[in-house]
Design a binder for this molecule. Structure first.
Ligand code: OGA
Ligand code: NI
Length: 348
């Protein structure tokens, strides 16, 4: 249901504004410090060609993925197998959705993070003090037939186009999880098995142009709570990754997707692979659309480090927990630099 408050979404409130409203202005010590960001390509995250993943070159690709997961927590992939037309379709239906009249979009509005389909703004308007420069549509995607009928039916092609993209994204997530398992010396199916019945969520993020990008965030620094994220972005920069205390820009590469390790893979790998802090910066020139696919365990799954990765030198880092327990904690905590995962660490 649409809320009583008028213009809850950012895109409708700020369309004509020349100033960031006080609701979105960060305290002085909490601003992006845009002059202090690395933009050189050398500082960037690894780019991995997946062409040989199912061929004789598999071992080399698996090793490249493993070292990216261990050292960077982030990498980009080309030749990922999702057809270009499917990717382009996803981005254009996303743009069309956010350009629909306000009254049409508001049919999906909710501020309840528990809803399987909802349009909202910022991150969690129920808990946060300063808002973020973002509107977003969140969809549960797997199993597709359980959710697709609740998705928006406008634009008319939305369900079909997004359904196709999310099915392709799932297939890629499974291939990456197999490669990641192998790179850890585990059985190929280990991570896929460790995630129970599986779940898949999607965010369609819409970052409107911002008159004063130095005062606010699209998303402040955070780590993803899920297992692995597959990020599709339009041609506009905004994502930044933290490395050795510095922020590094991850500029879009044509036909590449950005992959990152989430908290669950950090836990399942007993801290071998890192869930890394990242954030989104907005800009005054153009809107930006990004579509992260969050692949995760089903809520009832008990997450625990793989036995084969536990030994005297690497004691079990986390107590077992259900993904539901973790996810509720994550939404309650909000986006902040403190890691949600630390709350599940085993105390010696
Ligand atoms: C996220 C995220 C990055 C982006 O939604 O968790 O990190 O570029 N998004 O929108
Ligand atoms: Ni994220």
């Amino acid at each position: 249901m649409a809320p009583a408050m008028s213009n809850p979404l950012l895109s409708d409130r700020v369309a004509r504004s020349k100033k960031v409203p006080s609701s979105h202005v960060r305290a002085v010590g909490d601003r992006p410090d845009l002059a202090n960001v690395d933009h050189e390509s050398g500082a960037g995250i690894p780019l991995i060609d997946l062409k040989q993943l199912e061929g004789p070159g598999r071992r080399r690709v698996v090793e490249a993925i493993g070292s990216a997961c261990e050292n960077d927590g982030f990498f980009m992939v080309t030749n990922h197998g999702i057809p270009e037309a499917v990717v382009e379709g996803m981005l254009s239906v996303a743009r069309e959705f956010f350009h629909l009249p306000e009254s049409e979009r508001l049919k999906c509005y909710s501020d309840d993070p528990k809803k399987a389909v909802r349009l909202s703004t910022s991150f969690n308007v129920r808990t946060e003090k300063v808002s973020n420069w973002r509107d977003f549509l969140r969809l549960h995607c797997y199993p597709l037939e359980s959710f697709v009928d609740q998705w928006p039916s406008n634009p008319p092609a939305f369900r079909q186009v997004v359904g196709t993209y999310s099915t392709e994204a799932r297939a890629l997530a499974l291939r990456l999880l197999e490669a990641i398992s192998e790179s850890l010396g585990l059985e190929r199916g280990h991570m896929v098995k460790a995630m129970g019945r599986h779940a898949q969520h999607m965010a369609v993020n819409y970052y409107p142009p911002c008159p004063q990008p130095e005062l606010t965030y699209g998303l402040p620094g955070h780590k993803d709570p899920n297992a692995i994220t597959l990020l599709l972005q339009d041609g506009v920069s905004g994502l930044q990754v933290q490395r050795d205390g510095r922020w590094v820009a991850v500029n879009p590469v044509p036909n590449a997707l950005v992959i990152n390790i989430g908290d669950q893979l950090q836990a399942l790998s007993n801290d071998r692979y890192k869930s890394v802090n990242h954030r989104v910066i907005v800009n005054s020139a153009s809107e930006r659309i990004s579509v992260p696919t969050f692949y995760c365990p089903s809520p009832d799954t008990v997450v625990a480090p793989a036995d084969a990765l536990v030994d005297d030198a690497h004691p079990r880092a986390y107590r077992p927990f259900t993904y539901q327990e973790y996810y509720e904690e994550f939404w309650k905590m909000g986006l902040q630099s403190a890691s949600c995962l630390d709350r599940f660490r085993r105390i010696e």
